[in-house]
Design a protein around this ligand. Structure first.
Ligand SMILES: [Zn+2]
Length: 148
């Protein structure tokens, strides 16, 4: 049993999920990758000959997102990107064309969210903001509409 598996088991237990091999394998994929789509996870696990089907991977990703272990970012055209839930303030820029998701968790974003909340007497426990748009590479190639 590896340390990563022990961490994964503890994480699942803490969120009230039964420990299963697919859940551990999917979690492990996020150890070395910040953001992954279902297809990314499938490719990574297929490389290890895990034998876990695409349908199972999507089901597990939905379960982990439901338990707030992962965050799901829904992009245009039904595509989703998943990332480890970090809590605190997270701001992501998501490209609706190519699916790029970029974290911009800088102090300016946190300060702006805190000020916005404070101006209404609101105390933030945690914030997740997704700004949808078009990344710099896609903006430079004018072949498609921005609409999603
Ligand atoms: Zn893009």
């Amino acid at each position: 049993m590896t340390q990563a598996n022990r961490d994964g088991m503890a994480l699942l237990a803490r969120h009230g999920l039964r420990v299963t091999r697919p859940r551990l394998e999917v979690l492990r994929a996020f150890d070395h990758h910040d953001r992954l789509t279902g297809e990314d996870v499938y490719r990574l696990l297929a490389r290890d000959a895990s034998g876990i089907s695409m349908a199972t991977i999507y089901r597990v990703l939905a379960e982990l997102a439901g338990a707030h272990i992962l965050d799901r970012y829904v992009l245009g055209r039904g595509a989703s990107v998943f990332a480890r839930h970090r809590g605190g303030h997270s701001v992501h820029l998501a490209c609706c064309r190519c699916g790029l998701v970029e974290a911009c968790d800088d102090e300016h974003a946190s300060a702006a969210l805190a000020m916005l909340a404070a101006s209404r007497g609101f105390v933030i426990a945690e914030a997740g903001v997704v700004v949808k748009g078009v990344c710099i590479a896609c903006a430079a190639s004018p072949d498609e509409d921005v609409a999603s």
